[in-house]
Write a protein that binds this ligand. Sequence first.
Ligand code: CMX
Ligand code: CO
Length: 146
Amino acid sequence: MLTRIDHIGIACFDLDATADLYRRVHGFEVAHEEVNEEQGVREAMLRVNGTDDGHATYLQLLEPVREDSAVAKFLARHGEGVHHVAFGTGDVAGASAEIGGAGVRVLDAAPRPGSMGSSIAFLHPKDCGGVLTELVQAAGPEEDER
Ligand code: CMX
Ligand code: CO
């Protein structure tokens, strides 16, 4: 079951400049930054609010660190902007199996490491009305506060 919006992923060319824009225009601060080599991105998580299951909602700013990464390809084709929507679940493997069983292409055979110790899996945008969709099982609530 998908219970909440975990984050909106936003592709950008310059993470620091884009984080600064969100600080100045929206008032959001960077709560966490990391490089995910497997996904080929440097990312900043901007915490928007807490949710009733003890986790939180974020904007995830994504800057490619490799030319062959999904985000680099997206930027080359579409430019900067919304890249994906991520929903929270208590069981990413179970949710992937259930959604995959309904005929949607799950892009990760098994969940992979995501931001802040989470486990993630992606659904193909062509099977989700044009929206690249990520499923996220967050780490413990204390991990969200970093
Ligand atoms: N949102 C919506 N549509 C998208 C898309 C996106 N983010 N990325 C690609 N597409 C569409 C393209 O527009 C294209 O459509 P048309 O054929 O109608 O033009 C089609 O999908 C194929 O696009 P492509 O550029 O050839 O891209 P690929 O098929 O090589 O890859 C995808 C697309 C979704 C399979 C790949 O990006 C992927 O595996 N993504 C999952 C991993 C990821 O995005 N990681 C970065 C984020 C990490 C994180 O959140 O932590
Ligand atoms: Co994401």
